[in-house]
Design a protein around this ligand. Sequence first.
Ligand code: ADP
Ligand code: ZN
Ligand code: ZN
Length: 729
Amino acid sequence: MPRPLQGLLDYRAAVAGTVPDDPVGCRVRVPLGRGRTIGIVVAERQASAVPQARLRRIEAWLDQQPVLTPELLQTLEWAARYYRHPIGAVLAAALPARLRRGESVQRQEPWWRLDPELVADDQPVRRAPRQAELRAYLLERGGAAPCAELNALEPAWQRAGRVLEQRGLLHRESHPVTGGAGTVPPLPASEPPVLGDRQQEAVAALEAATGFTPFLLEGVTGSGKTEVYLRAAARALERGQQVLILVPEIGLAPQFLERIRHRLPAPVAVIHSGRGGGERSEAWLAAARGEAQVVLGTRSAVFTPLPRPGLIIVDEEHDPSLAQQDGFRYSGRDLAVYRARALQVPVVLGSATPSLESLHNARSGRYQRLSLPQRAGTARNPAVHLVDIRSRPLRGGISAPLEAALRRHLEAGQQVLVFLNRRGYAPVLTCHACGWVAACHRCDARLTLHQSANEMRCHHCGSAVRRPVACPECGAGELRPLGPGTERLEEALAEAFPEVPQVRIDRDTTRRRGELEARLDAAQRGDAQLLIGTQMLAKGHHLPAVTLVAIVDVDQGLFGADFRAAERLAQVVVQVAGRAGRGDHPGEVLLQTRHPEHPLLRTLLESGYGAFAAAHLAERQAAGLPPFAALALLRAESVDAQAPYLFLEGAAQSGHAVLSGSDGGVELLGPVPAPMERREGRHRAQLMVRAEERGGLHRFLDAWAPGLDQLQGARRVRWSLDIDPTEMV
Ligand code: ADP
Ligand code: ZN
Ligand code: ZN
């Protein structure tokens, strides 16, 4: 059931004869409490512990064929156990909306059919040309056609049709949708480049792999990783197999899909969270039928049925967006590896900046390592420099040396990218007289000034208020914005370079549909010479004309509360820097910092990501942190400040009781306040479980987790257990 029930429920299998041959994996409608719901049969039994009299009946079988294959069901059951999430909720997360609602696997669509009277005689439409056209077309099509087809041919027929329907001369029918639904067709084939030696080696290794073989493909930005995926994918297609490609976000990189469509001669099912439920359902079903040979999707696409699996690819495997952070929390990357094992196919994790987990797996020999150390074609690695801004005045966040560098590149007619991972005008609004700072009432967070909207917004809970005209504290002082956001940066750069066309890409400027594509187009065509943006602009876009990348505030990530802060910062810096000089011109990267001596920055700049990762892995090992330990995080929150602690203290006590009888290797840390103590009006705290190894963690959780529900105060808090947490916030 799509409910947070701990166990499974038994039902009697209705009348013999109506039960499918393969009941496991089929959907059923069953009574539950006073209502009814859609469930999935996960097992068949001859007996039940529930007394006969209380055993309720399945009301209806919604499928005659399982919608979940044994392999997929088994993977989902494993995920439910591993991530300690109710199986019903896990199945609900995996199934597309339409199937979850119990609708038929076969989608229906409306058709129009001519009434026999109108077939026989055109008299009723003689004086209405549109209606006459519609009649003629329908006659050509044997008397009926899908409304969608009619609408695509001639939108005006819709009105004509409705008039005829009212006159009883046209009838609406429902027909199953056929052919091509849920996929996008391939585009004209484009010529592939000649592979470099290292690319060839990587492709050969992938082609030679049989059965479950995990690879880590490590290659600097622009080294041709995508090219390697495409070759390996093409080989799988030739063998008649399906390829699953997971990416952190699809909307942010529309070019990626284009490239796949030009290079792989197969229909592509696109599955992403942002899309309407209907579209995702169609794509999922097209994959299940085997029609979609390529499945491109975000994390939830890891649960797509693949009747003829050949290869799984996870691009940008280090990206935190591959992990689901609420509800059913899971790592799409880790599940991709699990799934590859279940399907017995190779899996490639690719990145310019691999996660420390994957690097560790490659070092220990669990993953086969493939590397592309050079950029493809003629492009060269950019030169990276720090700009010390400790004693420099900034204008809208820009120092004089940075402005000079921008001018140099702009005057040479080149494109520049200015990166700041903070949207809005300014992250702080403060009173010059009394020191008051605009803060969110519901979160431990400051409000960001959004100048053009004249609003103060909280980036954590989404609440917004009008920008105050006077200080609410002293009523006298002047209110000043402190620090830059992308909006302010845009203003400052427009002042400094009034002649240069610029484009800003962040969540605020791309809210409207199609806006991101339009702005990326302007960036790619070179209509905009000065590009300003957040992560959105840094992710995976190919901007060959960019020769200078400026990172306005690298310090943002240096002192994060999360033990992954340093890793994330290094990844962002390298990924953003990777946008520079992808074409024929050499690139330059400038980083503004107040900490030019910071060891992390120094290692990264002087020796690169590999050296940084090696040093940081040693630190993690010394500190007993992942990947040298396994973590679980129990979070609790409540409007009442004490409730989370009460619950977590109880959880810690029961944990210690479990541990007293065991062989050690597991410890409990906390409860402690969450890094953001209050959010959306709730107080938040957490208890960390740290184990020396994964097996020990799960043995402990087996004994401990099932009892959490029963703890005192469990009902007075919202709590969740996060396994292998990727964010500590
Ligand atoms: P990555 O995925 O590692 O960032 P891509 O596969 O996107 O790299 O390649 C970067 C650019 O180099 C693309 O424009 C691609 O078409 C081109 N490219 C890739 N491999 C080659 C090659 N062997 N020869 C020439 N150009 C290549
Ligand atoms: Zn004041
Ligand atoms: Zn808030």
